[in-house]
Design a protein around this ligand. Structure first.
Ligand code: SF4
Length: 313
């Protein structure tokens, strides 16, 4: 759940076992967002991203597994994000996966975050025809000098050319009102002088331009004494699956520290309702990130005001 969505959410009432928790977060009865790591690879080697540390097998999620996750959740109104800490279009099956999700469920939406380098005209057309709903392009700069040191291994001009060509097709072929497109840039001191030029170029070409702050992954230098004793918005309505079928608490759990189930042995509903998931959510509702290995070194939502969710006896 994003902070803006949490601002509008009604505080949860919670089952009796959560009665003592300090906060009552609005945990959804069923997830609204599902992320699937269909492959473990990326075409970039960005210094801020731990993707290159991933060693798990298989490198590619088997077809029967991603289909099971989709079939288990049909009709739930899910937004599927077929990527996790990887670049989605390294997986050539994305048009097929999008088609499978959309053809079988009118309530489903499909969303991608991509660095854009692999967005060929053929892929773009297939995705649009398959029914993709949201495409977000992460392009952190407006010149090779600012872009290439952070997106190591990717040619800036290729990204510029391919993303521009895709958006031209999107506008020309009548998808402007059907498919949401976004250009997003993480602002750092090196690229802040380019923000106005970035907006001037991209704003007329896509639905929205977003300039965001750099976030810090858990376990990347945070100290035990800096623990953030607050709940978390990430666990309220989202689920995350690795290529091996494991479900984890959080999309930032690159090293599988907080696994709550496995879809080869359980249904998606069973994992969402599982004791393991409930225990971790209860600890977070009590602000006890220090008792969860993964969360004990995470400062996400540190500045978010959780007071409206506070539980009064
Ligand atoms: S690591 Fe834990 S506290 Fe941090 S965003 Fe993920 S679930 Fe929330």
């Amino acid at each position: 759940m994003r902070p803006q969505q949490a601002d509008d959410a009604t505080p949860g009432h919670g089952p009796p076992e959560r009665a003592g928790a300090r906060w009552r977060m609005p945990i959804a009865a069923r997830p609204k967002y599902i992320q699937l790591e269909t492959v473990t690879k990326c075409n970039a080697k960005c210094p801020f991203c731990p993707q290159n540390e991933i060693v798990r097998d298989p490198a590619r999620m088997p077809e029967e597994m991603w289909k099971k996750i989709v079939d288990d959740t049909r009709g739930w109104g899910i937004t599927y994000r077929p990527f996790l800490t990887n670049e989605p279009f390294v997986d050539k099956r994305m048009p097929e996966i999008t088609r499978y999700i959309k053809e079988n469920d009118p309530t489903a939406r499909v969303e991608f975050n991509t660095n854009g380098e692999l967005m060929t005209e053929k892929l773009g057309r297939e995705l649009l025809e398959a029914g993709v709903d949201i495409l977000r392009f992460s392009v952190d700069g407006f010149s090779p000098e600012t872009y290439e040191p952070s997106r190591v291994g990717i040619d800036y001009h290729k990204v510029l050319e391919r993303v521009t060509a895709f958006l031209d097709m999107w506008a020309r072929d009548g998808y402007r009102d059907k498919v949401f497109t976004e250009l997003r840039m993480i602002e750092v001191p090196e690229n802040s002088h380019e923000i106005e030029a970035y907006k001037a170029y991209w704003k007329p070409r896509c639905t929205e331009v977003l300039v965001t702050e750099l976030y810090q992954w858990p376990w990347t230098g945070q100290k035990p004494e800096d623990v953030v004793l607050k709940p978390c918005l990430k666990v309220l309505d989202e689920m995350f699956f690795y290529t091996d079928g494991n479900a984890t608490l959080c999309c930032w759990d690159v090293h599988e520290k907080a696994v709550v189930g496995n879809v080869t042995r359980q249904s998606v509903a069973e994992i969402w309702d599982s004791h393991a998931a409930a225990c971790l959510r209860d600890l977070l509702d009590d602000g006890r990130r220090d008792l969860i290995h993964l969360c004990s070194r995470c400062n996400a939502y540190e500045g978010y005001d959780f007071s409206r969710f506070e539980h009064e006896e």
